[in-house]
Design a protein. Structure first.
Lengths: 113, 115
């Protein structure tokens, strides 16, 4: 079993839909949780991060962490075709002052007009 | 302000050869991490350099080595290439003393194909 599990998709939705992307994890030591967006042929771009259970909102994006269930989600409201990308969750166990993320495999999102 | 840059963009090598990939960090950053991203997978951590020393290493063989220069730029070297080394190699930079060095900025990557 991988430490971080993420459905690869693809997830196809119409423009304007609410998108829900999810990851589960097995390592209780994870303390930081992040979501990256990766466009084709580009490097990952940090979207959001959080270190506590609950919700964190930034514009159309909401990150949700449930540590008791070891489950994190990213919600995208009013999805746009420009949101079409691969979304990677990542988690960190701080170790010796160094923060090395463990990534999920990514979910491919397609938003069609 | 230039972000993280990597060179070359693409590279094709033959099994058994050696390759060197290069990375320049974002301005103001002093820490460089390297990742391998196979097709359809998330990035896998290779190693991290700070103050010209390897500080942490992931589960990669010694064929993978690196270097950081005084200007914080970095190289990734891979010897005795295998077909399985074909991947996108990502460089990420961060500021070591910043609160939460998880704030890494990734470059566009180098696509390595081993034939």
């Amino acid at each position: 079993q991988k430490e971080v599990e993420q459905d690869p998709g693809p997830l196809s939705v119409p423009e304007g839909a609410i998108v829900s992307l999810n990851c589960t994890y097995s390592n209780s030591a994870f303390q930081y949780f992040m979501w990256y967006r990766q466009y084709s042929r580009k490097g990952p771009e940090l979207l959001m991060y959080t270190y506590s259970s609950g919700n964190k909102e930034d514009g159309r994006f909401t990150a949700q962490v449930d540590k008791s269930s070891k489950y994190i989600s990213l919600f995208i409201r009013d999805s746009q075709p420009s949101d079409s990308a691969t979304y990677l969750c990542a988690m960190i166990t701080p170790s010796g002052g160094s923060y090395i993320p463990t990534f999920g495999r990514g979910t491919s999102l397609i938003v069609h007009p | 302000d230039a972000g993280v840059t990597q060179s070359p963009t693409h590279l094709i090598k033959t099994r058994g050869q050696q390759v060197t990939l290069r990375c320049s960090p974002k301005s103001g950053h002093d820490t460089v991490s390297w990742y391998q991203q196979a097709l359809g997978q998330g990035p896998q951590f290779i190693f991290q350099y700070y103050e010209e020393e390897e500080r942490q290493r992931g589960n990669f063989p010694d064929r993978f080595s690196g270097h950081q220069f005084p200007n914080y730029s970095s190289e990734l070297n891979v010897n005795a290439l295998l077909l399985g080394d074909s991947a996108l190699y990502l460089c990420a930079s961060s500021f070591h003393a910043a609160t939460g060095t998880y704030e890494q900025y990734f470059g566009p990557g180098t696509r390595l194909t081993v034939t």
